[in-house]
Each structure stands twice: as structure tokens, then as C-alpha cells.
Design a protein around this ligand. Structure first.
Ligand SMILES: NC(=O)c1ccc[n+]([C@@H]2O[C@H](COP(=O)([O-])OP(=O)(O)OC[C@H]3O[C@@H](n4cnc5c(N)ncnc54)[C@H](OP(=O)(O)O)[C@@H]3O)[C@@H](O)[C@H]2O)c1
Length: 304
């Protein structure tokens, strides 16, 4: 199959489309014929070789790119009973947990069946490809903030991949949500459920909690009241706790049941899929470059 990879030895941003053997599912795994694979910040971190992101035992190794996939199940491994061949599914694929030669930017993707969820008829597979990583991250990080009960939550980077889902899911859970974003993001954030959209952060805001997807760190912490809560997106890079504020962060985990819920909310229009554009695998380098240029809303999706 064809897969998009980056050579780990280079700190450059050149990606390659290579031919590698078709993967086969083993126990508990499914093989997905990729229809869409969204590009995320994590891909840029891998391309740039961010410290701590990948364990480079062999510097000649190549790493497959892509964490998000939607497509059609075309093979199932032994022990898989609840997903049949032919089912349209989406999944978050964690290369650390499996063979890293290919990510989701490839013609076939292997994931544990438990990490995949069926895509409802109402959701286009190319849109579904934009859902797993960012919706699961938002949902799992919100849990760390404790019960909503109308408390005031600030989401930084509110119009970004994680932030957009965080605003919608938090509002639905009963938070009073303020989104920090650009003025041009106001309509999207209001539709998502934000009560307030701000473009500048007042340190004296006294929010009960912040979900800091823009990595503002100490600046975001300042805007939280004493004994409030801060949740970050990069474990190890959180600000130092102060004033009794509970500072935490986490890395997303694949979760097929939670993803099923996220896709269901997408089908019902509660979550808005945002796709910037679609390009074939052969033009992946252009898509990564366009994503890196920033300022975009939604995700580029590679197609096979
Ligand atoms: N913990 C995990 O498991 C996990 C999972 C997924 C992502 N992440 C991380 O979470 C972060 C966000 O990811 P993402 O996919 O949501 O990125 P994204 O789509 O690029 O969104 C980031 C948002 O932050 C905004 N922003 C950046 N700098 C800002 C600043 N100084 N002030 C105000 N807003 C600012 C950007 O606004 P503009 O576009 O207007 O500049 C953008 O809307 C990334 O670092 C990613 O690696 C972590």
C-alpha cells in the first residue's frame, strides 16, 4: 500500500509517499480501507521531531503520519465480533501502540476494534475523519475539570481543533462557556454554545476553570480564581500551580464507545464537523504545508 511517512533522522519537513506491505489485522484488530485521514498538530510535531513525542531508537527509521481515520472495514482479525466487514467506521489510531511504519495517511489502517466506532449514515466519511482526535481530547480533558453546574469555563484556542469541540461539549454539559478566539470566530462559537466570545484575556476574569488548548499557560492560569481548575494539553508543560488552583493535563486515549457518542452528536448537528479541504495522498506535502501556515479553521483531509 501507499503510506505517507517522514524520515525521523531529518529535522526538515519533507514527507514522502512510500510503498510498504499491506498490513493485516491480528487478534482483536480491524483493517480499515482509508477514505479520509485528517491532518492534525500531532503530525507537525512528528514531522518536526518534537522531543518526547517519538522514541527514536533507530535514526534511519521512518514514521507514518496520521492519527485520524475514517473508512470502510475490509478485514477483521480473530476475536472481532461486533464490527463486520463493510462497516463504515472512524477511529483514533495511536502509532505508539502498534506498528509505526504507517499512520492513518495510508491506504489501509490497522486499529484495535475497540478503538473504532461506526459512522452514522448522516455523516460524510470525509467529515468523520476530522472527528476522532480532537473530539476525544476535548471530551476527556473536560472530565478533568469536574462537574459543570453552571460554573464559568474559559476555553483558550476556542476556534481550534480541540477548542471547538471543547466549547460545544462543555456548553452541553452545563458549563457557562467563554471562548478566547478571533472576532471572526464569533458565529461558529455562538453556534457551538459559547455564552461569550473574547479576543483579549483579562487576567482579573476569575473563571472557575480554564481548558488551555492555546498553551497560554501562566497567562491562562492568571484568569482562574483561587482554588479553581486549570487543564492543559501538554503533560509536562503546564504552569506551576498557584493560589490553590488544581493544575492537570492529559494525553488523549482511543475510546471506541466515546467516539460513537461523538459521531452521534455530529450526526445530530450538536457537533459541527469542519473540513478545510481534501487532497489525495500524493499531494500530502502540500496539505501539511497549508496546515502549518496556520490561521485555518477545520482540518485538511487526505484521501486515498
Ligand atoms: N493532550 C492531547 O492528547 C492532545 C490532543 C490533541 C491536540 N493536542 C495539542 O493541543 C493543542 C491544540 O491543538 P489543536 O489541534 O486544537 O490546534 P489548532 O487547531 O491549531 O488550534 C489552536 C488554537 O489556538 C489559538 N491560539 C494559538 N496561539 C494563541 C494565542 N497566543 N492567543 C490566543 N489564541 C491562540 C489558535 O488561533 P489562530 O488560529 O487564530 O491563531 C488556534 O485557534 C496543540 O498543541 C496540540 O498538539 C493535545
Amino acid at each position: 500500500m501507499r503510506a505517507v511517512v517522514v524520515a525521523l533522522a531529518d529535522a526538515g519537513d519533507e514527507v514522502e509517499l512510500v510503498d510498504i506491505p499491506d498490513p493485516r489485522p491480528t487478534f482483536g484488530q480491524i483493517r480499515i480501507r482509508m477514505v479520509g485521514a485528517a491532518i492534525n498538530m500531532a503530525d507537525l510535531h512528528i514531522i518536526d521531531g518534537s522531543p518526547g513525542n517519538i522514541d527514536v531508537e533507530d535514526s534511519s527509521r521512518r514514521q507514518g503520519l496520521g492519527l485520524d481515520v475514517a473508512g470502510v472495514v475490509d478485514m477483521v482479525g480473530p476475536g472481532v465480533r461486533d464490527i463486520a466487514i463493510g462497516t463504515p467506521v472512524a477511529a483514533l489510531h495511536f502509532p505508539h501502540a502498534m506498528h509505526a511504519a504507517a499512520g492513518t495517511a495510508a491506504e489501509y489502517v490497522i486499529v484495535p476494534a475497540a478503538d473504532a466506532a461506526p459512522v452514522p449514515d448522516e455523516v460524510d466519511l470525509l467529515d468523520a475523519a476530522t472527528v476522532p482526535l480532537n473530539s476525544l481530547t476535548a471530551a476527556q480533558l473536560l472530565v478533568l475539570l469536574g462537574p459543570a453546574r453552571g460554573r464559568r469555563l474559559l476555553v483558550t484556542g476556542a476556534a481550534g481543533g480541540v477548542g471547538g469541540y471543547a466549547v460545544a461539549l462543555a456548553a452541553r454539559a452545563g458549563w457557562t462557556v467563554t471562548g478566547l478566539a478571533r472576532a471572526t470566530d464569533r458565529d461558529f462559537l455562538t453556534r457551538a454554545g459559547a455564552t461569550e466570545v473574547i479576543t483579549v484575556l483579562d487576567p482579573a476574569s476569575g473563571f472557575d476553570a480554564v481548558l488551555d488548548t492555546a498553551l497560554l499557560n501562566a497567562t491562562a492560569l492568571q484568569a482562574v480564581r483561587d482554588h479553581g481548575a486549570y487543564v492543559g494539553v501538554f503533560p509536562g508543560f503546564e504552569p506551576s500551580p498557584e493560589r490553590g488552583i488544581n493544575v492537570t493535563s492529559a494525553v488523549v486515549s482511543p475510546d471506541g464507545d466515546l467516539l460513537r457518542e461523538m459521531l452521534g452528536l455530529t450526526a445530530r448537528g450538536v457537533l459541527e464537523p469542519r473540513r478545510t479541504g481534501t487532497l489525495p495522498l500524493a499531494e500530502a506535502a502540500s496539505a501539511y504545508r497549508a496546515f502549518r501556515a496556520g490561521g485555518q479553521r477545520g482540518r485538511w483531509v487526505l484521501t486515498s
